[in-house]
Design a binder for this molecule. Structure first.
Ligand code: GLN
Length: 485
């Protein structure tokens, strides 16, 4: 069962080959056996998951099953989940049991899916390696000495190690695509506004977007069909006619124009990543696509722009964690101010504090124009680069990350090196565009390489079509880390 995709599990449940209760039991035992090796989960609640599984079986017996009914899905611990511990990877929320469900959780509940547990993540989704979690680092199933990427590293590693058929993630600067690439799975960051942020703990609200992580493009589509849709509780949620994200999977790719940004293939990308990506592009040519070189001239500014804007928004969003309303509160203090100070000093980790300091600085009187306003203007230019590029091509492709998975500890002492691991993903968030990553090969050390596909606004169905056709022609997405077969 562990080798099955969401699609296969959905079909198996429909054909009554197994029940949801059996399926969930199977995954829970696998998680119990392998949790110590990878540390993918922050909490599992067997009783709750099993109750949902039995409810799903009852729905099916009543003839009310939908495609995901009874399918187990792991949820990133950034999504508030009623009755579950929801920590966001932080000591600050280490005692927080959510009184309500995030929109995304409601969507999966309505579809009859089973919550398999809450996955480990970088603290408040700040990181690219899953090393900033209060709950300890996640290990990459392809090599336990290496990071799975971040911040959705627990979700990525869980899917890669077959501890869950699929999981949710969130992507502010690359946190779905980068860990998907480093663990050899598929991940999609939708167009900003497609998936409601209600109940998704905020990091940088103008960039945050939830999305699916799974083993195939088809599975991403099945999940996006459940997750996407208007929600009045998120003021940036988009009100549009609903789309079937599986609707274009079979469309031939002949005539599809692929743009290769010169800047993605310049210095900085490892030769082995570049050659796997080149081979993927060659495969697309065989499938009838045409390839044009394009340029995103302001790409080089995306990391610095992001590290002004994201911390600015984070410093504001994280001001709510003050020890008064919910979450952690320092034990010893003499007065209110000391209570705030100690709560925040003890409750937040080093990376989160760094972001709050940077954010408060760039928003402060005297620096606001020089940094924050300037970064907003550059953000517009970065978005315009993509608008120009999409006049020449339908989809943009390139590497998801500059290198394959790095060693635990290798970059944790050097924030700038860590920030640069998102160099190919961040511009997409700044522009609000959709982007996905699919496996496209391995380096000499057997570590997976991700191909990034970037589309114009709302082109998810076409992107999934391009990814699916590639997956019909190749088998990179079917490789399993040894020990996880
Ligand atoms: N690695 C980036 C950061 O640390 C992006 C994180 C994310 O997408 N949540 O901010």
């Amino acid at each position: 069962m562990q080798l099955a995709t969401v699609k296969e599990l959905s079909d198996g449940l429909a054909a009554r080959k197994f029940s949801s209760a059996e399926l969930v039991q199977f995954y829970i035992s696998r998680i119990n056996r392998l949790q110590n090796s990878y540390n993918c989960f922050i909490s599992v609640d067997e009783a709750r998951s099993m109750a949902q599984a039995r409810a799903a079986d009852a729905l099916r017996a009543a003839g009310k099953a939908q495609p995901l009914t009874g399918v187990p899905v792991a949820q990133k611990d950034i999504f508030c989940t009623q009755g579950w511990l929801t920590t966001c990877g932080s000591k600050m929320l280490s005692n927080f049991v959510s009184p309500y469900d995030a929109h995304v959780i409601e969507c999966f509940n309505r579809a009859g899916a089973v919550n398999l547990g809450k996955t480990n993540m970088d603290e408040f989704a700040m990181g690219s390696s899953n090393e900033t979690s209060f709950y300890g680092p996640v290990r990459n199933p392809w090599d336990g000495e290496r990071v799975p990427g971040g911040s959705s590293g627990g979700s990525a590693a869980a899917v890669a190690a077959r501890l869950a058929p699929a999981a949710t993630g969130t992507d502010t600067g690359g946190s779905i695509r980068q860990p998907a690439a480093l663990t050899g799975i598929c991940g999609l960051k939708p167009t900003y506004g497609l998936v409601s942020r209600y109940g998704m703990i905020a990091f940088a609200s103008s960039l945050d977007q939830g999305g699916p992580m799974a083993r195939s493009a088809e599975d991403l589509g099945l999940m996006l069909n459940v997750m996407a849709g208007f929600d009045a509780r998120d003021s940036t949620s988009l009100q549009r006619a609903s789309t079937d994200y599986l609707g274009q999977l079979a469309r031939p790719l002949a005539g599809l124009r692929i743009g290769l940004p010169r800047e993605f293939f310049a210095d900085g990308v490892s030769p082995q990543v570049a050659s796997a990506v080149d081979a993927a592009i060659a495969e697309y040519r065989k499938l009838g696509c045409t390839v044009v070189e394009i340029s995103l001239p302001n790409m080089g500014l995306s990391v610095p722009v992001y590290y002004v804007l994201a911390p600015a928004e984070a410093s504001s969003n994280l001001s709510r964690f003050d020890g008064v309303r919910y979450g952690y509160r320092a034990a010893d203090y003499d007065n209110l101010e000391q209570m705030y100070e100690r709560t925040r000093a003890e409750g937040f980790g080093a990376e989160v504090k760094r972001r709050i300091l940077i954010g408060a600085y760039v928003l402060s009187h005297g620096y606001y124009d020089a940094y924050y306003i300037r970064a907003q203007k550059l953000r517009r230019l970065i978005a315009q680069d993509f608008a120009e590029a999409f006049k020449q091509c339908d989809l943009i492709m390139g590497p998801t990350t500059p290198s394959t998975a790095f060693k635990i500890g290798e970059k944790s002492g050097d924030p700038v090196q860590m920030y640069l691991s998102d160099i190919y993903t961040i511009a997409v968030n700044l522009a609000g565009l959709p982007g996905l990553s699919i496996p496209c090969g391995f380096d000499g050390g057997g570590l997976p390489v991700g191909l990034q596909v970037i589309g114009n606004y709302f082109s998810e169905a076409r992107m999934l079509n391009a990814a699916h056709q590639y997956q019909l022609a190749t088998d990179w997405h079917q490789r399993v880390p040894s020990g996880c077969e």
